[in-house]
Write a protein that binds this ligand. Sequence first.
Ligand SMILES: Cc1ncc(COP(=O)(O)O)c(C=O)c1O
Length: 378
Amino acid sequence: MTLGRIEDRIKEKLASRSEKGLLRRLSPEKRGIDLSSNDYLGFARSAALRERVERKWNEYQGPLGAGGARLISGDSELYHELEREIAEFHQAPAALIFNSGYDANIGLFASIAGRNDTVIYDELVHASIRDGIRLSNAASYSFRHNDISDLEKKCRLAKGSLFVVVESVYSMDGDLAPLEELASFCERPGAALIVDEAHATGVFGERGEGLVQKLGLESKIFARVHTFGKALGIHGAAVLGSSELKSFLVNFARSFIYTTALPAHSLISVWCAYDLLKEEPTVINLLWERLMAFSTALASHGIEYSSTSPIHAIYFPGNETARAVAAAAQNAGFDIRAILSPTVPAGKERLRVCVHAFNSEDELKGAAKLLGEVKKSL
Ligand SMILES: Cc1ncc(COP(=O)(O)O)c(C=O)c1O
């Protein structure tokens, strides 16, 4: 294919997205009161966290950058100590840090599920899990969202080792997986449950340990993925599991092996974020108070919604409608984003409203009033 033809194809694809109103664009502009980020506890903007990081950073004498992959020159005592801290915090035998949640899922699934194995995943799992499964060459099937009887049905198709994959909190819907039932289901021989705790980290459990620990299920889960870029306000992720799993990933997870390790500043920042969770967990209670305040305000404006996590999916079916409601919210000073199809199924277009510990009750009441009024007017 000539360069001209490749460029024509790129232009055609962009034009087709643009015609459908689905062209994604980068924009540094903030669109009002934050009701869209995953910074649930406000750590990304926390003066207390910044202070801790600066203090620890000033004491640090090592190199800025890792200078290579961990298996070559990029490893450090800092990495090892932080992994021990994270494993202890999450009551897991071992933790392995990846550069992002995306890398963690890609590396975990592509390596752990072999050609003769089967992965069965909830139909709403994140793209990083799907991409990892695709790279694995294992047989894979999705099951209906949170439907254990459909999972059971799909399991009849399984061969080899069986990996069942769920998120504790679903990133676009904000609802929870039935982890206790899933854990009992996976007690059958040859089955392993993997839980992505990206949106539960910092939110569930007294110190934000996640939903698995809140329910006391640590010993029943084969692997957990915790990310540091959401409630912890930084970046990166850890896979928790046995020390054999850790060693396996060090040997076979390509997104771990073939990439430059994180710089020291990131590791120090993640460490300080965990320290803040341990030492000042009251912010988690504040987050839950705000969640309750938001569902009460929504109900008073005719939207019945029972918050199970900071993520609220408020349906406004149709891409045009969802986009128009998001624009109205932004014009009124609320940074609320629409999630359109095909990211979510047609007919399930929505506003994804994320509530944070730092949102005031007045802000939440204002947003609920606006959404309620728009819904009534449609
Ligand atoms: C459930 C889930 N897993 C993994 C990721 C990826 O994490 P990261 O942003 O650290 O790459 C996300 C990010 O949105 C997510 O929602």
